[in-house]
Design a protein around this ligand. Sequence first.
Ligand SMILES: Nc1ncnc2c1ncn2[C@@H]1O[C@H](COP(=O)(O)OP(=O)(O)O)[C@@H](O)[C@H]1O
Ligand SMILES: [Mg+2]
Length: 260
Amino acid sequence: MIQINNLSKVYKLSAKKMQELKTRNPEKIAVNGISLEAKEGQIYGLLGPNGAGKTTTLRCVATLLKPSEGDIKVCGYDTVKEGEKVRDCICFLTNEIKLDPNFTADYMFTFFGRLHGLKEDEIEARKNELFDAFGINDFKNKKIEELSTGMKQKAAIAVSLVHDPKVVIFDEPTSGLDIITARVVTDYLKKLRDDGKVVIVSTHIMSEAEKLCDCVGIIIDGKKVAEGTIPEILEETGTDDLEDAFFKLYSEHKSEEAVS
Ligand SMILES: Nc1ncnc2c1ncn2[C@@H]1O[C@H](COP(=O)(O)OP(=O)(O)O)[C@@H](O)[C@H]1O
Ligand SMILES: [Mg+2]
């Protein structure tokens, strides 16, 4: 289980960044008081436009960033005080973390397996399962730099799952992928959910969230503006699909902001 309790994250801006953003404010509030729970056997979708605060939230859950306020528990462990225990039970996939281009998927998989303290036969068994599931065997001995975007992403996902983590945190896992590769990824996320894992993903693709997620939290400007199952969100907003629901919530949020 992931429990995010009143999370805020404020970035301190450098003088250069302030100039870039044309602001005099030296602080950027990226996440502003978000609380949520992602449970076992469920895919939770963090949904929001670019800059909403999805990556920042997930990086805090993955112990890569320290919250400015609030706290996060993963499998009962505090992400700040018990970071190591949290890292043992999670995997985190993000666009910014890349596999080393000079090595092969096969090598990277074994390397990370050893890093997690797995035995050689356990690593081989996991490799067989994951390389089959993602169709990696055909290119497992090619250098990462020679692979297409889709192949790289499949390799990165397989490597991230080497230690069979209880909690799966994927930041925009299908971004940049063709529909066939994207489907392989979303089908595997459903399998992980059905195996009882906690799965949290971020996406800005409404149609994907609609098909994939059991529960979604819609985030705009660092705030959670709606949460629930897809039918609940449609009912609450009086709309027929998630894209319409999003636009309704977005315009409500912007007009509330204009008043305050
Ligand atoms: N290292 C950083 N320093 C300053 N501002 C940042 C930094 N990282 C992200 N931001 C800002 O925080 C906000 C949220 O970013 P992010 O969490 O990446 O959103 P998302 O993943 O939803 O697109 C954006 O306005 C972004 O520009
Ligand atoms: Mg992001």
